[in-house]
Design a protein around this ligand. Structure first.
Ligand code: S3P
Length: 166
């Protein structure tokens, strides 16, 4: 079937864009991510879409962006960290080579810290990370063909592990 060679899912800050770009280089193909597609199409930042129109509206835009990218891109694709929350988006991912990049909560806090540009983590990052991971872990696992843990690994090591896992 046509479509992306690899689809990366996982929480924000796990390294989807860094690893995705590396994978694209290793495979001699292009990297694309649906967050960037949405920002380009909307002409505004994702945090503005959340504030101005709310998360449900963003998830609709995201589902459309994922559908378009799965149909039109044959390289490496990364999805936003919350894309798997939407049932319709999860259904679109069936039959695609989806890899879940995982990290534990302490690693997440270390990597993203108090990054207020990420709207879902503005206050009490450790508690919010724990809740976010508890709510999402099973959904990442549901859509993924392979899980690659990133804790303590460099992006190069993660990229190799992704190739080995598929
Ligand atoms: C989100 C993750 C972000 C972006 C939006 C919502 C989430 O993507 O789509 O801010 O719900 O986890 P990244 O995972 O690329 O940061």
């Amino acid at each position: 079937m046509t479509g992306p060679r690899i689809v990366l899912v996982g929480p924000m800050g796990v390294g989807k864009s860094t690893v995705g770009a590396l994978l694209a280089e290793l495979l001699g193909t292009d990297y694309r991510d649906t967050d960037a597609d949405i920002v380009a199409a909307q002409g505004r930042e994702i945090s503005d879409i959340f504030v101005q129109d709310g998360e449900p509206y963003f998830r609709e835009l995201e589902r459309a962006a994922v559908r378009a990218a799965l149909a039109g891109h044959e390289g490496v694709l990364a999805l936003g960290g919350g894309a798997i929350l939407d049932e319709g988006t999860r259904a679109l991912l069936a039959a695609h080579p989806v890899v879940y990049l995982s990290m534990d909560v302490e690693e997440a806090v270390r990597r993203t810290g108090l990054n207020v540009a990420r709207p879902l983590l503005a206050v009490n990052p450790r508690k919010q990370w724990r809740e976010l991971m508890d709510a999402r872990r099973h959904l990442y696992e549901e859509v993924a063909r392979a899980v690659v843990a990133t804790d303590g690994r460099t992006p190069e090591e993660v990229a190799r592990a992704v190739l080995d896992a598929l």
